[in-house]
Write a protein that binds this ligand. Structure first.
Ligand code: AMP
Ligand code: MG
Length: 347
């Protein structure tokens, strides 16, 4: 009851924040920055996206951002037969764009840093569960076991000179769904920068990335959803010049026989991960790192997540909500997080 009450309060806070920003806009409607605000909504990469930019070339920046997203979507989607990823999956070998190569290399690096929790070779398993088409089913463990034998990351052979990738095992198939949006938001930041945008933000489903701060110099406020499926918020993170990416099983799942099966897969069992974490939010300078890590840490669970954070081989901060609803945040974010719910600080 008390938690519900707290959540309601946070929800109110978010509404007030939104109203405040609306008020800010109406108060400063005549300022130059405000006149040069551009917003664009697109549906791509299976999600609704919003691009917002301020400055002289704001409109050009969001138009270019939306073109770039469409280009990346066409290259990276495992489900579209003409994409580079599809060609690679079908032929076990393909010449690739610099974009796709860079994402695959980062995916391999994150795999190595997360004890294999992040594994881009998850596509055959995703297909077994019907996550590729939406025709969901519960596969037999035998089927999953067969898929698991085709997930050896060392069998992805990257030839940087020839700009190609080859699979040493032809039954392997790649799925960049856990990392591609992070790369995409990095690319949008690059476009913003080239257009002189010093204040801007993008929201790609669960991925948010900001350049600079808001036009009035205050921080961007990113509300973190409660993982219970409600439209309420757990709290609000204040960020500048950073990516904020959240992963949670509640984002995509199906129900059968009273059980819930979600889309983030433990790569050693082939089954939806059940690590004790209900939601993982990563804050990092690079969207690609935040995206891959949010997926990986959701699978790794609390203890391994804290170990990884302490090692700081990959630089990031995190906000975790456990299955029991308790919240914790790494110390680097402590001052930036506002919530009415109690939370502990990881030091
Ligand atoms: P996200 O929403 O960023 O956490 O990514 C979830 C998506 O990542 C899924 O829909 C799959 O496409 C992909 N995925 C699922 N499990 C894994 C895994 N263990 N490693 C890498 N990608 C995964
Ligand atoms: Mg991810």
């Amino acid at each position: 009851m008390e938690r519900k009450e707290n959540e309601r309060r946070v929800c109110l806070l978010v509404i007030i924040l939104i109203l405040t920003s609306v008020m800010f806009i109406s108060c400063t409607g005549s300022s130059d920055d405000e006149e040069k605000k551009a917003v664009k909504d697109v549906f791509a990469m299976d999600t609704y996206m919003t691009f917002t930019a301020y400055g002289e070339n704001a409109q050009c920046a969001v138009d270019m951002a939306s073109d770039r997203i469409e280009e990346l979507d066409a290259m990276l989607s495992a489900g579209s037969s003409k994409s580079e990823i599809s060609l690679l999956n079908t032929n076990a070998c393909a010449k690739l764009s610099d974009d796709t190569l860079e994402i695959i290399e980062k995916a391999i690096e994150v795999n190595k840093n997360t004890d294999g929790a992040f594994n881009p070779l998850i596509y055959p398993v995703m297909k077994c569960w019907g996550f590729d088409t939406g025709d969901y089913r519960i596969p037999l463990q035998n089927e999953l076991n067969e898929c698991l034998t085709h997930m050896d990351i060392d069998k992805i052979i990257v030839d940087k000179e020839r700009k190609s990738v080859r699979f040493a095992d032809p039954d392997m198939q790649i799925d960049l769904g856990g990392i591609a949006k992070g790369y995409a938001s990095d690319q949008i930041m690059e476009i913003y920068r080239k257009n002189g945008v010093k204040s801007g933000i993008v929201s790609l489903g669960g991925n948010v990335q900001a350049i600079g701060s808001r036009p009035d110099g205050s921080s961007w406020k990113v509300a973190i959803r409660c993982p219970d499926g409600s439209s309420e918020y757990a709290g609000v993170l204040e960020v500048n010049d950073e990516a904020v990416v959240t992963s949670g099983g509640y984002e995509r799942y199906f129900e059968q026989n009273g059980n819930t099966y979600h889309h983030i897969i433990e790569p050693h069992t082939g089954r939806p991960s059940d690590s004790g974490l209900a939601s993982v939010t990563i804050v990092a300078k690079k969207g690609i790192v935040a995206d891959a890590l949010s997926t990986a840490i959701y699978i790794m669970g609390y203890e391994k997540a804290v170990k990884l954070w302490k090692e700081q081989k990959l630089s990031f901060e995190m906000f975790l909500i456990k299955d029991d609803g308790s919240q914790c945040i790494t110390e680097g974010l402590a001052g930036a997080y506002k919530s009415d719910t109690d939370y502990s600080i990881i030091e």
